[in-house]
Write a protein that binds this ligand. Structure first.
Ligand code: CTP
Ligand code: MG
Length: 181
């Protein structure tokens, strides 16, 4: 696979995992998942992880995966690359895994004494990728291994932190997010 094709496939395959966190920022609010409960004197997850943010984030990511499935062959032939089609279980697994990864990161942040909004370098940038890929592998191992080849995974590990930092700085500057991470 040519380098450019690898980059396009990596970006395409991860879009349903990239968008949920940003959708959650826009949709967030309402009841926190942990219902305000604490563990060891600290919140289990904190007010930054809400039912609404999680549900809307997952739904937006899944809707995007379906849209990509609908336009994939046209876009692929226009670009001259072969783009992956998301199987039904992956349509849910990628966005839900992204939300779950972000939730697990908040759990770890609270256990390590970080308040809501505190930065956790490395974890903030890659948590959602690791869990969304793990869930996608669990539900569709064959498709996963065909799509996420080693070069594609390498591109994902490089472009994800760059995209994550860029979109969060933009959301911060637009006043949508309290911190630029
Ligand atoms: N959000 C949400 N539900 C989620 C994830 C995010 O409602 N599952 C919304 C919240 O309004 C949150 C905002 O998106 O404040 C930003 O997300 P994030 O940076 O992940 O949360 P933080 O508030 O920084 O909290 P934490 O320290 O736990 O990451
Ligand atoms: Mg944050």
């Amino acid at each position: 696979m040519a380098v450019l094709e690898t980059i396009v496939v990596a970006f395409w395959a991860m879009l349903p995992a990239y968008v949920p966190n940003n959708a959650a920022v826009l949709a967030g609010g309402g009841r926190p998942i942990d219902g305000g409960r604490t563990w060891g004197g600290r919140r289990i997850l904190g007010d930054g992880k809400t039912w609404r943010g999680t549900a809307v984030g997952t739904a937006v990511g899944a809707a995007l995966a379906l849209l990509l499935n609908a336009i994939g062959s046209d876009v692929g032939s226009a670009l001259g690359v072969s783009l992956p089609t998301f199987p039904p279980a992956v349509v849910i697994a990628l966005p839900f895994g992204a939300m779950l990864g972000d939730i697990l990161a908040s759990f770890l942040k609270r256990r390590t004494g970080r308040e809501r909004g505190a930065a956790f370098p490395g974890v903030d940038q890659l948590d959602f990728v690791v869990v969304s890929l793990a869930l996608a592998f669990l539900v569709e191992p064959g498709w996963f291994l065909e799509t996420f080849t080693l070069p594609v995974l390498a591109v994902i590990v490089i472009i994800t932190p760059v995209l994550h930092v860029t979109t969060n700085v933009i959301a911060y500057k637009l006043g949508l997010k309290n911190e630029p991470w």
